[in-house]
Design a protein around this ligand. Structure first.
Ligand code: HEM
Length: 131
């Protein structure tokens, strides 16, 4: 049997490009609307269009799909790119509040929801640069 495509990645399991886009869109709508996440919303530019596209491109590769971010911008060096922003426990938790809710709203498969939530927490925690 010839396997031409890996169907086991988070990218495939979530439902490919359309679902990753939906997740990212929901994430920034929540960041924009939730009063609890005003702290991290303020760090971002007024217009979220560009960052929405960038996070989509990053997550595409991170979930095992096309490496769109790397192809366009090179190695993400994500932690370094976040150093200009003060990120401590509170900021990490605000980011996770948006992402957990977005995952809840967009991802149908419960097992996948748990895997993604755990994987996102690891990256968000790694992004902290303040005591
Ligand atoms: C832990 C809390 C986090 C905070 C407070 C935060 C905040 C920010 C801010 C303020 C920007 C710049 C936005 C702009 O240009 O307007 C940014 C960029 C970005 N963030 Fe985060 N972020 C966090 C975690 C994460 C995580 C966990 C990921 C990935 C899973 C991520 C992915 C990105 C990407 C791909 C960019 C674009 C980088 C670039 O400029 O090329 N962020 N983030």
């Amino acid at each position: 049997m010839q396997i031409s495509e890996n169907t086991n990645t988070h990218y495939q399991r979530i439902g490919g490009e359309a679902k990753v886009r939906e997740l990212v869109k929901r994430f920034y709508v929540l960041m924009d609307e939730l009063p609890e996440t005003h702290g991290i919303r303020k760090m971002h530019r007024g217009d979220l269009t560009d960052i929405e596209e960038k996070l989509f491109m990053f997550l595409s590769g991170w979930m095992g799909g096309p490496q769109l971010f790397v192809e366009k911008f090179g190695h993400p060096r994500l932690r370094q790119r976040h150093l200009p922003f003060a990120i401590g426990d509170a900021e990490r938790d605000q980011w996770m509040l948006c992402m957990n809710q977005a995952v809840q709203d967009v991802v149908e498969d419960e097992v996948l929801r748990k895997e993604l939530t755990a994987a996102f927490y690891k990256v968000a925690d790694f992004m902290r640069n303040q005591e």
